[in-house]
Design a protein around this ligand. Sequence first.
Ligand code: FMN
Length: 172
Amino acid sequence: MNNTLNYIFSRRSVRKYQDKEVSEEMLHDLLEAAMAAPSAVAKDPWRFIVIRKRENIDKLAAVLPHGKMLLQATAALVVCGDINNAHDQQESYMLQDLSAAVENILLAANTLGLGTCWLGVHPRQERMNDIRELFSLPNNIIPMCGIAVGWPTDRPEPRTRFNGEYVHKETW
Ligand SMILES: Cc1cc2nc3c(=O)[nH]c(=O)nc-3n(C[C@H](O)[C@H](O)[C@H](O)COP(=O)(O)O)c2cc1C
């Protein structure tokens, strides 16, 4: 691992958090990082729901079967896309833009000392419907994932998952 890239290798999914609030300012920083991501034709179709109230974080936990760490997290984001604003109104372009934004959030949070965990929603229809109902999403807004955010109790070790077998030189 190249140490200069440690901010990438030290980003790990964090699933245990301290009982300590995440400030509005830090969440703003995460969203500013998100919106610096590349986006097809700079359409910026990403939309975010910022959740800091305990009862609402718990409601999100209740509809995400693999999101129980949210019960400890002191903030959460729901990352959505506006299909009307995606390049060519294509869901694939929208999801690619959103994924780039999510990775920026995870890397920015790690750099600021926060811990995060990406929580899958799209394409699980039941989770998408539950979130649509829970947060009163308009029809053009498609939920892609949740992100648990908090101050980590401890940090998983940086690691590489490099696998040379996945790499083809010059041609397959
Ligand atoms: C699309 C997607 C969905 C994910 N959903 C969940 C989830 O529901 N719950 C969870 O604990 N982790 C989830 N993760 C995190 C992965 O489990 C994690 O990134 C992977 O095990 C690699 O570990 P690392 O993030 O520590 O490098 C998800 C990651 C992605 C990219």
